[in-house]
Design a protein around this ligand. Structure first.
Ligand code: AMP
Length: 616
C-alpha cells in the first residue's frame, strides 16, 4: 500500500535505529526458515477453525460490532448520499479553492454524460493519470456513473511502464493534466498502445482566480502544447452539458469499479479487479472504525496519492462517505504539509511511515502548530514504535497502524484508537476474517499464536487478476486471499506481521517490483543476468539493489548502467546500489535466488552492527 511519498521528501528523514533491530530479527527468522528449523510440523493440529465470537471482537471500539452491515451497492452511491446529506458543506479544498459537495456532485454528473458521449459503458477502461486534484475525484466517480472501470496510473512511472499498463488493461481513454511533466508521457502512447482518446484538464482552471493569473504569467513554461485533433478533448468540453447522463444498472458484486495494478506475490504488475461491492464495503469498514470522528465535521489532509488504493479508499472514499472536507495536496512536500496542518487545522491524516518520520525529523517543527490532528493512521509499511511515539508526543493525536493490500481494497486491519498494541497492525475490520495458514500447506489453518501466511476472507477481497486465471487461482486458493505476508494473531485477536514471502520491495513509501527493475536492466546489451532485491536501509526502510552478471568479454560501470536506466524506470525504482558479480546465487531448482542475496546482506549488516556496538 505504497507509492506514496515523493523522492525528495524521503531524503530528509531521520535515521531509524529500529531498522537494525528489525533487520536482525528478520535475519534470524530467515535463517531458521532456510535451515528448516521452524516449529516442527508434526506438533501442529491438522486444521484449526476460528469460530465466532472471534478473539478480536472483544477489543473492538465501543459500539461497533464485527457483523456491522456493509453495503453492497454501486461505489458512486456514497457520493450521491453525501451530496444529499452534506450538499452545502465544503467537499474539496485544492490550493485554496474550495468546492461544496453539491458542486462536485454536479460536475460528476456532467463529466459522466461527457464520458458516455465518448463511448464509456460497461467494460470500457478509463485511465486516470493525475496527481491529487479535483479532476481526479470528479473523473473517478464520473467514469463509474457512466458504467466504466477506472484504471489508476502512477504519474511517476516511466513511459514503457505506462505503455505496458495501458495495453494490459485495454485502457482506451486517459484523463490527464496539460502540464509538461504529465501530458507528453500520455500523448506519445496514442501511437504505440491501444489508447485512443485523451481528456486533458487545465491546471490553471483548478486554481483560485488570483493564483490562476499568476500561474498563467509566471509558469507558462510548465504548460504542455496539447494537440487539437480527434484524439483530444478538454475536460471543460467533456463537462459542458446538462449532466443528464443515462443511468447504468450496476451489478455491485460482478461489475468492476477499479482495476488496480499491483505486483501480487510475484512477477510483473497485474490488474486486481475490485468490484463496486468490494470497494463500497472497504470504504465503510474504514469509515466506521474511527468511532469518535464526527460525520460532516472532520477535515482530512489528502496527502496520500489518490491513484494508490490506500489513498483512494481510506482518504477519498471514506472521507466523502462521512461528509468530511478533504484538503488535497498534489504531492508530498514536507514544508507544504506542515503549513497546511498549521493553517487549515485538519483533524484527520492518513499516511505512510516515511511521512510521519519526515514530520518528526523536520527542523522547522517549532514554527508550526500540529495540534489540530486527532485521528491519524499509518499503513503500507512497518511503523517503527519510535516514529509513532514521537509523532504522538509532538501532535497530541493518536497515530495507529493498519495493514492491507491492493487485492483487498486495501484495508484489512487497523489498531483501535483507544487500545492500540505496539508492534501490531491491529484488529481485523468488521466482516473480515483473518486466518493463518501453514507455509508448507496452504490448506492447513494454524492455531492462534502460530506463524504462517496471513489469509483474508471478507467482502473487500478482489474478484481476481484481470486475464490471469492461474495467478488468480493461486492468490484465492481455498476461497481465501493468500497475502504473501507472514504473521500471527495473538489471543486478543491483534495481528502481527513478521515477514514477507512475496518479492515486493517497500522503499521510502513506494512499492517496487523487482521483476520490473530486472527487465529494464536486462535490456542492456552487456548484461547476461540480474537479480534485484530490497536490502535494509535506515532512511527508506529498504532500498533497491541490483546484482549484475555481465556477458563474457563485456564491460560496464555502475555509472553507465545508471545512465542507461534513467528513462526506463521511475526515480523511485532506480537501483541505489549496483554490484557486479561473476556468478549469481540460485535456488535448488536453478532459479535466481533473491533470498540468498538478502541473507548475505543481512549477515553483513549484522557483522557491521556488532563491530559498531561490541556490547550487543
Ligand atoms: P499494496 O498492494 O501496494 O497495498 O502493498 C501491500 C503490501 O504492503 C502488503 O502485502 C504488505 O507486505 C505491505 N504492508 C502493508 N501494510 C503494512 C504494514 N502496516 N506493515 C508492514 N507491511 C505492510
Amino acid at each position: 500500500m505504497n507509492d506514496t511519498v515523493n523522492r525528495d521528501s524521503a531524503e530528509d528523514m531521520p535515521a531509524s535505529r529500529g531498522v537494525i533491530a528489525q533487520t536482525l530479527a528478520r535475519l534470524d527468522r530467515l535463517m531458521r526458515r532456510l535451515r528448516g528449523s521452524e516449529e516442527p510440523a508434526t506438533s501442529l493440529p491438522t486444521d484449526v477453525v476460528l469460530t465466532r465470537p472471534y478473539p478480536w471482537e472483544a477489543n473492538y471500539p465501543e459500539g461497533l460490532g464485527w457483523d456491522h452491515d456493509l453495503p453492497e451497492r454501486p461505489l458512486f452511491a456514497l457520493l450521491d448520499l453525501a451530496v444529499e446529506q452534506y450538499g452545502e458543506r465544503p467537499c474539496l479544498d485544492f490550493l485554496g479553492r474550495k468546492s461544496t459537495y453539491k458542486e462536485i456532485g454536479r460536475m460528476v454528473d456532467r463529466a459522466a454524460k461527457g464520458f458516455q458521449a465518448l463511448g464509456v459503458e460497461k467494460g470500457v477502461r478509463v485511465g486516470l493519470f493525475l496527481p491529487n486534484c479535483p479532476y481526479y475525484v470528479i473523473a473517478f466517480f464520473a467514469v463509474l456513473k457512466a458504467g466504466g472501470t477506472v484504471v489508476n496510473f502512477n504519474p511517476l512511472y516511466a513511459e514503457r511502464e505506462i505503455a505496458r499498463q495501458i495495453d494490459d488493461s485495454g485502457t482506451t481513454i486517459m484523463v490527464t493534466l496539460n502540464i509538461r511533466t504529465m501530458y507528453p508521457k500520455v500523448a506519445a502512447r496514442l501511437k504505440d498502445t491501444c489508447l485512443e482518446t485523451i481528456v486533458v484538464g487545465s491546471m490553471g482552471g483548478l486554481l483560485p482566480w488570483r493564483e490562476r493569473t499568476l500561474f498563467a504569467l509566471l509558469r507558462r513554461k510548465e504548460i504542455a502544447d496539447v494537440a487539437h485533433d480527434e484524439h483530444h478533448i478538454t475536460f471543460k468540453k467533456l463537462a459542458a452539458n446538462d449532466g443528464k447522463f443515462d443511468p447504468v444498472a450496476i451489478d455491485p458484486v460482478r461489475d468492476i469499479a477499479v482495476q488496480q495494478y499491483t505486483g501480487g506475490t510475484t512477477g510483473l504488475p497485474k490488474g486486481a479487479e475490485l468490484s463496486h461491492a468490494s470497494l463500497s464495503a472497504n470504504t465503510e469498514q474504514v469509515r466506521i472504525w474511527a468511532t469518535g470522528a464526527k460525520p460532516g465535521e472532520e477535515r482530512v489532509v489528502g496527502v496520500l496519492p489518490l491513484f494508490h488504493v490506500f489513498g483512494m479508499t481510506a482518504v477519498m472514499n471514506s472521507s466523502l462517505a462521512s461528509g468530511f472536507e478533504i484538503i488535497l495536496l498534489p504531492r508530498f512536500r514536507l514544508d507544504q504539509l506542515l503549513k497546511v496542518i498549521d493553517q487549515q487545522k485538519p483533524t484527520v491524516m492518513l499516511g505512510v511511515p516515511t511521512m510521519y518520520s519526515a514530520i518528526n525529523g523536520s527542523k522547522l517543527l517549532s514554527d508550526y502548530d500540529l495540534s489540530s490532528l486527532k485521528f491519524c493512521i499509518s499503513g503500507g509499511a512497518p511503523l517503527p514504535a519510535q516514529v509513532q511515539e514521537t509523532f504522538e508526543r509532538l501532535t497530541g493525536c493518536s497515530l495507529v497502524e493498519g495493514y492491507g493490500l491492493t487485492e483487498a481494497g486495501p484495508v484489512c486491519t487497523i489498531n483501535p484508537f483507544d487500545s492500540p498494541r505496539p508492534g501490531s497492525v491491529g484488529l481485523p475490520l468488521p466482516g473480515t476474517l483473518i486466518e493463518i495458514t501453514s507455509l508448507d500447506d496452504p490448506d492447513r489453518r494454524l492455531p492462534i499464536g502460530q506463524r504462517g501466511e496471513i489469509c483474508i476472507t471478507g467482502p473487500q477481497v478482489m474478484r481476481g487478476y484481470a486475464q490471469r486465471n492461474g495467478e488468480t487461482a493461486e492468490a484465492l486458493h481455498g476461497g481465501r486471499l493468500h497475502t504473501g505476508d507472514v504473521g500471527f494473531i495473538d489471543t486478543d485477536g491483534y495481528v502481527y506481521l513478521i515477514d514477507r514471502i512475496k518479492d515486493l520491495i517497500l522503499s521510502g513509501g513506494f512499492n517496487v517490483y523487482p521483476r520490473m527493475v530486472e527487465e529494464a536492466v536486462e535490456l542492456h546489451a552487456a548484461v547476461e543476468e540480474v537479480t534485484v532485491c530490497g536490502i535494509p536501509d535506515q532512511h527508506r526502510g529498504e532500498i533497491v539493489k541490483a546484482y549484475v552478471k555481465l556477458k563474457e568479454g563485456k564491460s560496464l560501470t555502475s555509472t553507465q548502467l545508471r545512465g542507461f536506466l534513467r528513462d526506463k524506470l521511475a526515480p523511485f525504482e532506480q537501483p541505489r546500489q549496483i554490484e557486479f558479480r561473476d556468478e549469481l546465487p540460485r535456488t535448488l531448482i536453478g532459479k535466481p535466488s533473491r533470498h540468498a542475496l538478502i541473507v548475505e546482506e543481512m549477515r553483513r549488516l549484522n557483522e557491521e552492527s556488532a563491530v559498531a556496538d561490541p556490547a550487543s
